[in-house]
Each structure stands twice: as C-alpha cells, then as structure tokens.
Design a protein around this ligand. Structure first.
Ligand code: NAD
Length: 686
C-alpha cells in the first residue's frame, strides 16, 4: 500500500498529493498524512504549497466507514483551520471531484485551480447532516449568500465552469498542479480574511421555501440555511462553532441514520453488478410501448445495440416514434445534442416485424401486453429465433414468471426483469429469480443493470414480487380504514404528512383505477376466503367509470389538474360502511400512519420469511426508489428497527385482535422480538 499522502518540495514549492484510492476520501490516515505533510512544508521553508489528489478525484468527501464511529484525531476542521492560517499560501489544484470535506479543504486555501471536468459541491444534506468543516461559513464569504444557500441547502454538485463563474475557483487548467504552482495569487484575500457576505433576506426566504418543497420533513436543509444565513452576521469563529455543534448533533440523528442506511444499501446493490457475469452488447426488446421503448432507449444509452420487435409494421412504426420521443426529450432538456441523438438512433436501434430478421442478441427483454398466453407465445418465438444461450427476461408486473418459462429450451437463462415506469428514469429494477434461473444468468443481468446505473434488487417469485405485493397490502389496509371511518383525502394527507411522495388514492388516480381492479379480479378477491374484501374500489370502477385522471375523475373530482374531494366517492364509501353494518368512527392521522406503515413492515417481514426478499435493506430500496417512501426515514424495515420490533409486534397483535382477517403477526417478527435478533439476521437466505 502506498502512502495515503505524498509530499515533495522543489524550487521552493511543496506539493502535497492525497492518494487514497479510489476517490481520496478523508479517512483518518489521510488526515494524519496531511498534518505531517504540512509540518514537512514548514520545515522545508517553501514559499507556496500546492494541494492536489491522485487519480480521478481531488477529495470526494468523508470516509463512509467512519460515519458511525467516534471521530479520531486529527479532525478535519482542525486541518482546515491550519490550512487557512498557514504562513505561506496553500493553493488547491482540483484535479477531479471536490465534494464535502474535500471542498472544505479547498475552501480554506488561498486560491483554487480546477480541471474543466472537476465537480464541486457540499452534498452533506443528502446524508442528513450539514457541512462540518467550515463549508457553511467560507463558501458564502467566497461566492455570496444566494449561491451558497442554493448549493448547500440542496446539496447540489456543480461543474468547474459554473464554479469559475461563481468565483468558487480562480482558474481552470488542464494541468491544475502546474497552473497552481505558477498562479499569480488573486488580489482578494483568502476566504478567512474576506468580509462577511452581505445579508440577503430574500435569498434566505427563497431557500426556505424551496427546502419546504423539495425536502419536506427533513431537518438538515433548514439548519444548513440557518448557518449560511448566520455567516452574514456572525464573526467567522463563532459561525464555525455553531456549524460544528449543528453537525455533531445531526450526525447522530434518526434522519442521518436513515439516509446513511439507504446510501449504504444503494452502494451494496450497485456492487452486486461487480460479481462476475458476462458483458452484454446486443439486446432484443419485444414490445415497443411505454416500457419497451424506454428500456430500449436506456440500453442504447449505455452502448448496447437494441433490436425492437413488434407484431406488425404499424406497431414497429409506433415503437420507433416512441423511442424518437425519448431522444427528443433528452435534446429538449439539453442532455444530448440533436446530432448525437440522431446518430444514436441510427447506430444502436433497429426495428423488426416478427422474428425472421432478428439479429442474434445476448439478452431479450419482453415488454408486451400483460397476458400470459401472449407472453408465452413471445418466448416460444424468441426460443426458436435466438441462440440457446440468449438470456430471456420478462418485464411482467404480476404474472408468474415460472409459468411464462414453461417449455423453454434451457430455462436456466430465463428470469424476470421488472422495470419501473418511466424505465429510462426510474432507478429501481426488481430482478426475479425463477425456479430455474442459474447464478450465471443472474450475475450477467446484474452486471447489465449496474451498467445501466440501476438499483437492482433480486427477488423470488410471488404475486407482485417485493414492491407490488407490499403495495397491494398497503392499499388493502387503507381501504379497511375507509370503510371504518376515514376518507380518501384524509388518508392521503396523513401519509403525505409522514413523508410519502403521494397518498395511496392520489397515486391510483394517476396510474388508473382499472389496473388494480383487473388485478383484484385476477386474484379472485371478491370471493377469496380468508381476506377481508372491501368492495369500494371495485364499485367505483364498475358503477361509475371513474378511472382516475385519465377520465377526469377517480377517487377525486378534478378542478383542472387540482384534485378535489368528491361527494360522490364519499357517498359510496359511507354507503359501503352502512351496508357492512359498520358505525363509522374518526381516525387520527397518527393512527392512519401507524396502520399504513405497519402493514408495509408486516408484509416486508413475510417476504423475508418466504425468502422472496434477501434482506430488509433490499425491501427498503424497493419502497424508497419505487413507491415514494421517504428516503429520510430509511424505508419501512429500517423504520421498523428504529421504532423497535417489539413495538411493531404489539401493534400488529392489537390490530389482529380487532380484525383477524386483515392482520396476522409473521413468525419472523415474533422470533426477532423474542430473541432480540435483527430481521436481517433471521432472514432465510434464498
Ligand atoms: P404497452 O401497452 O404500452 O405496450 C405493449 C406493446 O407491446 C405494444 O406496443 C404492443 O404493440 C406490443 N405487443 C403486444 N403483443 C406483442 C407481441 N406478441 N409481439 C410484439 N409486440 C407486442 O404496455 P406497457 O405499459 O409497456 O407494459 C408492457 C409490460 O410491462 C406489461 O407486462 C406490464 O405489466 C409491464 N410493466 C408495465 C409498467 C408500467 O408502468 N406501464 C411497469 C412495470 C411493468
């Protein structure tokens, strides 16, 4: 292992290089090395110090492994203070990402030179904390209050050109080290000697309004705004003290723990793609509708050639138009040039009617109508048209992949790949292992999903897999609350208040009530023994034709785009209560949230018990990335562990005592409570 910090001195200039692969995080050995290198610079009597990073990053932040541990000296704020007060100028040569503590080191320097491709930012709020080594005080002194507010409270990462415009860096250079050695020091003082920024109450108000919208329920962005605003009035030393206190108190908060949990779960999910498997360069996608077109577009975006199959010429033309729309949107958003979009469509996409001229593909992904017979025909055709080694994947939402795979040659290469809509945007994909899927098939697909930068969560076969199965139970319990006394708007508001992106009834209006209706029919809920069937949603679809926003009415009436509680719906709800002989009673928001979150946890526990999900954190990833569960609460299973599993068990037992058809305590939760072991410990590995 090389030294994490290297020191050289030549011609009166010291060069300190942080070399802690892969991205030079400020782990304790780096901090110790930096401290020693500053000593060496003093001893060498240099007139200037250039601070840079080895490899592709300057310093990309703190060491995630130290997040939960007690800090060990030397501490970053002390090092930063030492650089700020260093007797000779220290110049940051920003050779790549300067994030979090990395940017705070650079901010203490007398000047900053960056490569054009560098990225800079203080993304601490995304982990539930604020910058803790001077960022909230030095950045506003350097760039002014308004830009600092937006960067810090949103955790936004910017490119070098924007940083130059803001005055965050002094110059851009392809070789920032050489440029930093030669740089004429800027006329203005180093950040610590700069006057406080001018107060800007309007910018502070705007940042607060923005945070209330973007980061509703989260603590760190608001506190970050307070600190940046205070930089205009407090002396630097006092501002730094406040910042440190806030940082330390947030570090141990529930929200920071939850955000760290999701961050680590995401990293682990991405790492699954590095466990071997073959590289995929050619794909076939069958069905060029909503999902198929977006899947094809996403694949082409990472360099895969995609042959799209439809049943007739008109279908192929529609598919081509669907794909073209996605490229046009990317151009409109400035994500691609018109020329690059044109070239990608010509080079990477082909369209086919049937399978006769289908080029060989390493993977075929099916996204046709949700109909078992149609899907089976598609796979029989793919089986005949493509080599026996081609991986075959279905994007089914609810059908049983084991049934779809029946009759295939080599069924070991078959699996489910459940993308979420829009498939080129949503990061989540459930990877469904069937009874026959081989580990090699899984590894190759996980390598592909990692290349697509997707959060891939393996799941076993069951109705709805992880996400839709929990969603079904969640909606069922919400409907129970409806019939017992709550109304849709109240349930939606309570769950939004908890932090869900949307309430369950708003979501149904968006996606269409017919989808869930078809599903309940398919599952035979009306007559199924052992479940408490609530007929409200089915009555709405069957008697009123209100299918959601697409028909202008659903659970809500609409005043333009604005949902308005509906007297007609409330009438159906209350009449169903009477029909069932239920005396409606008021629900508090707390009770609504308690039931709705507890049912997610209950069903999640069952998924672990049945080995459908591999770990509680996988369930959290699915709910956070696919269903609008608040990231800052860590997902339902993390939330459960924070609340305490005995509390969850007690809730379920109380609910089950009153309504045994709707609730039952999963054995794994009982055992976790009895033994004090965690759910991940008790989960059966598949
Ligand atoms: P869609 O109706 O938009 O597209 C289906 C496409 O398949 C159409 O273009 C149709 O012409 C084509 N098609 C039908 N039969 C075909 C055949 N035999 N051969 C070739 N092409 C055929 O549907 P969608 O929303 O894209 O859904 C496709 C699949 O993805 C379904 O299984 C659905 O359950 C699943 N899914 C959808 C979503 C979603 O939100 N829309 C999310 C996850 C999964």
């Amino acid at each position: 292992m090389t030294d994490p910090v290297r020191f050289t001195a030549q011609r009166g200039i010291a060069r300190i290089t942080i070399d802690n692969p892969p991205v030079n995080v400020t782990a304790q050995p780096v901090r110790a090395g930096l401290s020693a290198a500053l000593d060496a610079a003093l001893a060498a009597g240099v007139s200037r110090v250039v601070l840079t990073g080895a490899g592709r990053a300057f310093v990309a932040g703190a060491d995630a492994k130290e997040f939960d541990a007690a800090p060990v000296a030397p501490h970053l704020p002390d090092l930063v203070a030492r650089i700020a007060a260093f007797p000779v100028p220290v110049i940051a040569a920003i050779n790549g990402a300067a994030l979090g503590g990395g940017l705070e080191l650079a901010l203490a320097c007398a000047a900053r030179v960056a490569v054009p491709g560098a990225t800079l930012g203080l993304p601490e709020v995304t982990l539930g904390v604020v910058p803790g080594a001077g960022g909230t005080q030095r950045l506003p002194r350097l760039v002014g209050l308004a830009p600092a507010l937006s960067l810090i409270s949103e955790g936004r990462v910017i490119g070098a050109a924007e940083a130059l415009n803001l005055g965050l860096v002094d110059a851009l250079a392809d070789d920032p080290v050489t440029a930093a050695e030669a740089l004429a020091l800027p006329a203005r003082a180093a950040p610590d000697a700069l006057p406080a920024p001018a107060p800007d109450p309007a910018a502070v108000e705007a940042a607060r309004a923005q945070a209330a919208k973007r980061a509703k329920g989260q603590v760190a962005p608001g506190l970050a705004i307070d600190l940046v605003a205070a930089s205009a009035t407090l002396p630097l030393a006092e501002g730094l003290t406040c910042e440190r206190e806030t940082f330390l108190s947030l570090k141990t908060s529930d929200q920071a723990a939850a955000l760290r949990h999701v961050f680590f779960a995401e990293r682990a999910a991405l790492a699954r793609g590095r466990a071997g498997g073959a590289a995929i360069d050619t794909a076939a996608v069958v069905g060029g509708g909503t999902m198929g077109a977006a899947i094809a577009y996403a694949l082409a975006g990472v360099g895969v050639s995609v042959a799209l199959v439809e049943t007739d010429a008109a279908g192929a033309e529609r598919a081509r138009a669907n794909v073209a729309t996605l490229y046009a949107e990317a151009v409109a958003r400035g994500k691609s040039s018109p020329e690059a979009a044109e070239a990608a469509q010509a080079a990477r996409h082909s369209y086919h009617v049937g399978y006769a001229d289908l080029p060989p593909a390493q993977i075929a992904i099916e996204a046709v109508f949700e109909d078992l017979a149609v899907k089976k025909q598609v796979f029989a055709a793919l089986d005949a048209a493509l080599p026996e080694t081609t991986i075959l994947a279905t994007n089914t939402s609810y059908l049983n992949p084991d049934r779809i795979a029946e009759g295939l040659r080599n069924p070991g290469r078959f699996l489910g790949l459940h993308f979420f809509s829009p498939a080129h945007v949503m990061k989540l994909v459930e990877v469904i292992r069937t009874a026959t899927t081989t580990p090699e098939t899984l590894a190759t697909v996980l390598r592909l999903t990692a290349r697509l930068r997707k959060i891939a969560v393996p799941a076993g076969v069951c109705d709805g897999f992880i996400g839709n199965r929990i969603l079904t139970r969640y909606r069922q319990i919400c409907d129970v609350m409806l019939i017992e006394g709550a109304l849709p708007a109240q349930i939606d508001a309570a769950l939004r208040g908890f932090g869900m992106a949307m309430g369950p009834y708003e979501v149904q209006d968006l996606s269409g009530l017919d989808i869930a209706h078809a599903n309940r029919k398919r599952m035979g809920w009306k007559t199924k023994p052992g479940i408490r069937y609530i007929p409200i949603a089915d009555r709405i679809v069957e008697e009123t034709g209100r299918l959601g926003r697409k028909t202008g009415a659903g659970w809500y009436d609409y005043d333009g785009a604005k949902p308005v509680p509906s007297a007609a719906i409330n009438q159906i709800v209350t009449s169903e209560s009477s029909r069932a002989g239920i005396t409606r009673r008021p629900f508090t928001d707390t009770e609504i949230v308690s039931r709705a979150t507890t049912v997610m946890i209950e069903e999640g526990a069952r998924l672990l018990e049945e080995s459908i999900a591999e770990s509680p954190s996988d369930i959290d990833l699915v709910l956070v990335h696919g269903y609008g569960f608040p990231r800052w609460r860590g997902g339902p299973m993390h939330y459960a562990e924070r609340l305490g599993l005995p509390e969850i068990c007690a809730r379920i037992e109380a609910f089950a005592a009153a309504d045994p058809l709707s609730w039952a305590l999963p054995d794994i939760l009982r055992r976790a409570t009895e033994t004090g072991r965690s759910l991940s410990d008790l989960a059966r590995k598949p």
